[in-house]
Design a binder for this molecule. Structure first.
Ligand code: SF4
Length: 667
């Protein structure tokens, strides 16, 4: 129950469509990203490159997808960026994932490469590979509109690529509807398969095992999100999004005094002026995306406005948010990751300011800060692979060899590890990273909660200081729940229990990715007031599937997902053997003063060792040990890893190559 029951396999080279039961994977791998990752890592040889037809592109859903609790598709593939082109998966909301379930499928696995542009059409049991030559070259919005008209069905759900994906730009995204995106490099893989789109229509619904218990659990969830502890966060989303949240988190995390009044934000003024209302994914009471209509530019939705706010403002120092909106719409239409474009734009502008490049390097367009022409031209030229934009097709690192005299370190100062260091999904980060830098960097600070201070204060009609106390309470609750100590989250000193908090927070995201639920409404954001944790997931999944899951079983599933991903990526790195790029050296991370994260690099290193030991990784290499893989029954992976390196079953293999600590430093 609650699984659709079928895995759909499409071979574009052979034009073959096959179906197999999901049931053979369910017992050990539950669903979503975990089943997908198990299949991928068994079937794709580690030396496969992202654009190799052997690479798989997967759309994975979980047992909760298509029920009131879930709407996520986890899109998985080997990503094109980075030295060793590692395995990654990224979530996408909207209605697509639920529609895949309604059509009768838990996973869609696409292999091979079509000779000419095609799209995949799924209408319940009917699956066809159809000609898409007439769609090639259209942007993502035009593509969806044209397909809905041709299919004579406005309800068909479509995910597609734009020109960026067709041109194999590494920053290409897959776009669904006007604002749901799967970024982090998966769009170029779809382009490499000559697959313009998938269109899905399903009418079968999803059945749950115990509807009464399931609805009672949903009522509890809905009440909390709309009226309980989660309500302030929901209300804030509906009012203004979380645009300033992350940006201001950095201010307060650095120890700035909490203001007495809510500080003025020009970006919030812009949002308030043009926001039509909140929108979001199917069934979700949070509706955390913002629908904006800006005269003369266009009407669309945006999500994760926080990152737009932070990165965009940092890169371009704007006074004119209409340009921000224009760049957002352009990026979505071209199917290009706007955050990566902001990073590149910021880098080019810094080079221009310092006289390292001139307008002659960028097709006569001066890369001046705040320049509308500079910002929009960059997006258009990168997507279309035109002029200087073509330099960035393979990423900012190769571009830096050809432009800017290799001054990649100037991008680094804007945290330009972004293409490499995106926390959970960083292809180059996890496996041969000597330490799991990202995990330690992100948790257990909870400091990003402070970014909510102004918005919570405004939403709840309280002072910023009262809002800060509220956030402290929530973070303390989380700290106590996980470690038994309310104050652990703020300690600047090493404590053995810190790694426990890191692992639990990681697991909360991974359980969401296995279930098909969105982590934004889970206790992963407990310090924002969200309270639904792995204990709740166990109840939701049990009621939906009819199988009794315990929280510890779900933690083990999350651990499996983490370790298979890291183990496979270690294998790819060992086999391909090129140097990985790491996001940040320890010293840099430690210098970023987040409460709850040791400031002394040596103490931070101890946290990494604890983390590695908890996960069953070799603390020296950060690679899963053969012993841990075997303990989890992952013998297929253990065997492959053992063949490329250490014969000692208790140790992990050692990478042969030197690990480069920062993309900027070696150029
Ligand atoms: S909280 Fe998650 S599921 Fe809900 S609208 Fe936002 S992104 Fe979609």
């Amino acid at each position: 129950m609650s699984w659709a029951g079928t895995i759909l396999r499409v071979n574009l080279t052979e034009g073959k469509i096959e179906k197999e039961p999901t049931s053979k994977y369910v017992k050990d791998y539950i669903g979503g990203a975990l089943i997908g990752t198990r299949i991928f890592t068994e079937e794709v040889p580690p030396d496969t490159r992202a654009y190799d037809p052997k690479n798989l592109l997967m759309f994975n859903t979980g047992p909760l997808t298509g029920t009131l609790f879930g709407n996520r598709a986890l899109i998985a593939t080997k990503a094109p960026q980075g030295a060793n082109q590692l395995y990654t998966f990224v979530g996408m909301g909207g209605q697509l994932a639920s529609e895949i379930k309604f059509a009768g499928y838990d996973h869609i696995i696409i292999k091979g490469k079509a000779k000419e542009p095609v799209y995949l059409f799924i209408n319940n049991d009917t699956v066809e590979i159809r000609d898409a030559k007439h769609l090639w070259g259209l942007d993502t919005w035009e593509t969806q509109q044209r397909m809905k008209t041709e299919l004579e069905d406005p309800e068909v759900q479509i995910a597609c690529i734009g020109p960026a994906g067709e041109n194999l730009v590494v920053y290409a995204m897959i776009v669904h509807d006007i604002n749901n995106t799967a970024a982090r490099r998966v769009g170029a893989v779809m382009g490499s398969k000559n697959l313009k789109a998938i269109a899905v229509r399903g009418t079968k619904g999803v059945k749950v095992a115990d509807p009464k218990a399931f609805l009672a659990l949903y009522d509890e969830f809905y009440e909390d999100i709309t009226k309980g502890r989660g309500a302030p966060f929901t209300k804030m989303q509906h009012k203004e999004g979380i645009s300033r949240q992350i940006a201001e988190a950095y201010i307060y995390a650095y120890g700035a005094p909490i203001p007495e009044e809510v500080p003025h934000s020009p970006m919030i003024d812009f949002l308030k002026k043009y926001m039509v209302g909140p929108i979001g994914c199917a069934f979700c009471p949070m509706q955390c995306h913002q629908n904006l209509s800006v005269p003369g530019i266009g009407n669309a939705g945006v999500n994760c406005v926080n990152y737009f706010g932070l990165i965009y403002q940092a890169m371009y120092d704007p006074t004119d948010f209409e340009v921000w909106w224009e760049r957002t719409l352009l990026s979505n239409k071209y199917g290009l990751d706007s955050l990566a474009m902001d990073m590149i734009g910021g880098w080019l502008m810094e080079l221009y300011k310092r006289g390292i490049i001139t307008a002659a390097d960028t097709d006569g367009i001066p890369m001046e800060r705040r320049s509308r022409k500079a910002i929009t031209s960059l997006i258009e030229k990168v997507a279309k692979k035109e002029g200087f934009g073509a330099l960035f097709t393979d990423g900012i690192v190769p571009a830096a060899q050809k432009i800017g005299q290799g001054h990649l370190e100037l991008a680094d100062q804007y945290d330009n590890d972004f293409p490499y260091g995106w926390v959970e999904y960083a292809p180059d980060l996890g496996p041969v990273a000597k330490y799991r830098v990202a995990a330690v960097a992100r948790v257990p600070g909870f400091a990003d909660g402070y970014g909510n201070i102004p918005s919570y204060a405004e939403t709840l009609g309280i002072s910023p200081r009262e809002a800060a106390k509220l956030i402290d309470e929530w973070a303390s609750d989380a700290s106590e729940r996980i470690t038994g100590d309310r104050n652990l989250w703020r300690t600047p000193k090493y404590d053995k229990r810190i790694s426990k908090m890191i692992v639990e927070k990681e697991d909360e995201i991974l359980v969401a990715d296995i279930s098909g639920h969105c982590e934004v409404t889970s206790a992963y954001l407990e310090h924002y007031g969200m309270r639904f944790n792995i204990e709740h997931y166990a109840k939701w999944l049990s009621a939906a599937t009819g199988i009794k899951y315990t929280p510890d079983q779900l933690r083990e599933a999350a651990h499996k997902l983490r370790i298979i991903t890291d183990g496979y990526n270690a294998l790819c790195t060992l086999v391909i053997g090129e140097e990985p790029l790491l996001a940040k050296p320890m010293e840099e991370l430690a210098s970023f003063p987040v409460p709850g994260r040791p400031k002394d690099p040596k103490e931070l290193r101890k946290v990494q060792i604890d983390y590695s030991l908890t996960r069953g990784y070799d603390p020296e290499t950060g690679i899963p040990t053969i012993k841990e893989l075997e303990k989890l029954g992952l013998n297929y992976l253990a065997k492959k890893l053992a063949t490329v390196a250490s014969p000692h079953a208790e140790q992990s293999p050692k990478p042969k190559n030197k690990v480069r600590m920062s993309p900027g430093k070696s150029n």
